[in-house]
Design a protein around this ligand. Structure first.
Ligand code: ZN
Length: 143
């Protein structure tokens, strides 16, 4: 029997839609955990339902997929070849929503940090340092 062919790009997108506990997100959780901070996941009562919320430090962390959130990087700019207008509108909508969420968070006194998918992967040293610095600043600010 002939197997149905599925566009690999399309199926990668479908996977990204479905999964909530993505690999980059798991990586960030591990870093934050290893640094000794406690957090909660996807709090629905906070704008944008951030991936990680550190209530005591009054900060939140988003782990954004470059494609879905329209990052200005190689991965973010690679739109599917079909339905270009659809994807463009879709991703522009996501980007606008992200911006609204960040503004809402800041007006409520939350400090947001966005980590992009492309900042993870092989060489995560810089990202780990950035994360550690962000959390340390928040902890100092608290005192
Ligand atoms: Zn990116």
């Amino acid at each position: 029997m002939k197997q149905q062919t599925i566009d690999p790009q399309r199926s990668a997108i479908m996977r990204a839609v479905k999964s909530k506990d993505t690999v980059p997100e798991m990586q960030i959780r591990r870093f934050v955990h290893n640094l000794g901070y406690r957090y909660r996941l996807h709090r629905g009562d906070i704008p944008g339902s951030p991936d990680l919320t550190l209530s005591r430090l009054k900060c939140v962390i988003f782990v954004h997929g470059c494609f879905w959130h329209g990052h200005n990087c190689q991965r973010g700019k690679r739109l599917p070849k079909t339905n270009v207008a659809y994807w463009h509108t879709k991703i522009e909508g996501n980007t606008k929503r992200d911006q609204r969420n960040l503004l809402a968070l800041e007006s409520l006194g939350w400090k947001p940090l966005v980590i992009w998918e492309c900042e993870l992967g092989q060489n995560t040293y810089r990202t780990q340092r950035k994360l550690a610095q962000f959390l340390r600043d928040r902890a100092n600010f608290e005192r």
